[in-house]
Design a binder for this molecule. Structure first.
Ligand SMILES: Cc1cc2nc3c(=O)[nH]c(=O)nc-3n(C[C@H](O)[C@H](O)[C@H](O)COP(=O)(O)OP(=O)(O)OC[C@H]3O[C@@H](n4cnc5c(N)ncnc54)[C@H](O)[C@@H]3O)c2cc1C
Length: 468
């Protein structure tokens, strides 16, 4: 895919320039090819294609051929209504959600035709219907496959080449893109641009402006993308809106790996904040995009999962032996092992009396089979009796940002008056209007899914625009 920049490259032209070679950009390019567009250039700032999409596991889809084969009924109308209800019809554009959901099943067909195979896995406990389509080889394979197809259809890819500026003429039409390739600037003449630059998780200025839940110290999982597309779009006259969602997740001990196999968010542990008090029904730990909200409300935005040796053993029945991992995390000060709750309280920074009271009260709830505080399902009620006791420190993280550029359901970028900018389109997580304030549990896999589906929709509409 790598393309050397020759002198000729500096005077390039194309029918479409796609800025950003992640899931949305690659899907847009291939779709435009299918619609007959001959000359397409993808600019990718990094040395490799794929973006955050290459790190993802599963994408949302309903009414897919894979679901049909497994006799899974995933009705698009029903899921649309559930998604809108999830968001309370707030900070969300139903036309965009509808366009995404309607296209999702066909996108699985499209990907299967290219040779991708899917497992449809419940993302949440007892999730009904199953809608999380996990490609074999995950997002990495999916993006690799799309990139291979792009190469076959002679889509030109410029790596290490960041889009800088979108050029419009006096009539407002798109006429080119300025880019920078390892210090050298180049200009590409084009009639249309699709912005697919992903999120802005590494741009603190934008995070502070558009994401109220963001705070210094909230760790980013994923690529350090800076929201160039939002900045370029705004400079070109596009409207940005505040319908931005921080894709938060947690709590986790470590942003990138699962050293404790998810022990820190297991419903059979007991969660306390730094004051030593429980603050939520720990069963919410199975719903990481919601439990993170409860943790974010705590004094230091931290969570300490408590367990005893019986809980450890019970957890290990379904996972592998964690003894070694627990010792390692204790050495890193991510957890403490002690026979004394007072010592654990000290490590947390809590008042020992309060922590002892929390543990005693919880043990009473376990004995009576009823959690008077938060009505936790009695299946998860296991007392803290058997030393050694453990406490695991964990924190919220975020994976990406969702939103910013205002679009309509055709992925056409809108100006500040709400009018489409002729020839300017955007897709993927750089655009707004498809997610409420918390990542939608009803549509598990919707960031990955939206990237690919909105990319396809953008590719199709740009092709239509070029013909018009
Ligand atoms: C670890 C991890 C796991 C995840 N798992 C899931 C999951 O299982 N399901 C799910 O739904 N979501 C998941 N997500 C989120 C999801 O993968 C992403 O939000 C989504 O795929 C982003 O797609 P995109 O095409 O919009 O952007 P990306 O795939 O991030 O692509 C954007 C591309 O644009 C490039 N770019 C940026 N600026 C410029 C510029 N100026 N010029 C040229 N190129 C530029 C970037 O380098 C990047 O390659 C996960 C995220 C992470 C980090």
């Amino acid at each position: 895919m790598k393309s050397k920049n020759t002198k000729r490259d500096k005077e390039l032209s194309a029918d479409i320039v796609i800025v950003g070679g992640g899931g949305a950009g690659l899907a847009a390019a291939l779709t435009a090819v299918e619609q007959g567009v001959k000359s397409i250039i993808i600019l990718e700032k990094r040395a490799a294609l794929g973006g955050n999409t290459a790190l993802a596991t599963g994408l949302f889809a309903c009414e897919s051929p894979a679901q049909a084969r497994e006799k899974i009924v995933a009705d698009k109308d029903e899921l649309f209504k559930r998604a809108m209800k999830w968001a309370h019809y707030d900070r969300i554009n139903p036309r965009i959600v509808r366009a995404f959901i309607n296209r999702s099943g066909d996108t699985i067909r499209w990907l299967e035709q290219m040779g991708l195979e899917f497992n449809i896995i419940p993302f949440l406990p007892n999730q009904h219907p199953r809608i999380w389509h996990c490609p074999k080889g995950r997002g990495a394979r999916l993006t690799q496959l799309l990139a291979e197809k792009c190469r076959i259809f002679e889509v030109k890819v410029l790596l290490k080449c960041g889009g800088k500026k979108i050029l419009r003429n006096k009539m407002g039409r798109i006429v080119g893109v300025k880019a920078e390739n390892e210090g050298q600037s180049l200009e590409i003449k084009t009639r249309s641009v699709i912005i697919t630059t992903g999120g802005f998780g590494a741009n603190k200025k934008l995070l502070k402006k558009y994401c109220p839940p963001y705070y210094e110290g909230l760790t980013l999982r994923g690529l350090r993308l800076t929201g160039d597309g939002l900045i370029m779009a705004e400079e070109a006259g596009a409207a940005l809106d505040d319908l931005v969602t921080l894709l938060k997740e947690g709590p986790r001990v470590n942003p990138d790996t699962w050293p404790l196999m998810g022990l820190e968010r297991s419903p059979i542990t007991v969660w306390v904040n730094k004051t030593g008090q429980r603050f939520v029904d720990e069963a919410i730990g199975d719903y990481p995009f919601e439990s993170v909200n409860a943790v974010l409300l705590q004094p230091d935005k931290g969570c300490y999962a408590l367990l005893d040796d019986d809980i450890r053993k019970k957890y290990e029945e379904s996972k592998s032996d964690l003894k070694e991992a627990i010792q390692k995390e204790a050495q890193k000060d991510n957890m403490i092992i002690s026979d004394s709750w007072d010592e654990i309280a000290q490590w947390i920074g809590a008042n020992p009396r309060i922590l002892r009271k929390t543990v005693e009260e919880y043990n009473v709830f376990c004995g009576q089979g009823y959690d008077e505080n938060f009505a936790k399902d009695r299946r998860h009620l296991m007392p803290l009796h058997t030393a050694p006791f453990y406490a695991v420190r964990s924190q919220p993280v975020f994976l990406d940002t969702l939103g910013g550029i205002k679009i309509n359901e055709h992925m056409a970028v809108l100006d500040v008056r709400g009018e489409p900018i002729p020839g300017l389109y955007a897709a993927g997580v750089a655009v707004s209007g498809w997610m409420g304030d918390t990542y939608c549990g009803e549509l598990s896999g919707s960031a990955f899914g939206f990237a690919v589906n909105s990319g396809r929709i953008a590719g199709e509409n740009v092709a239509r625009y070029l013909k018009s």
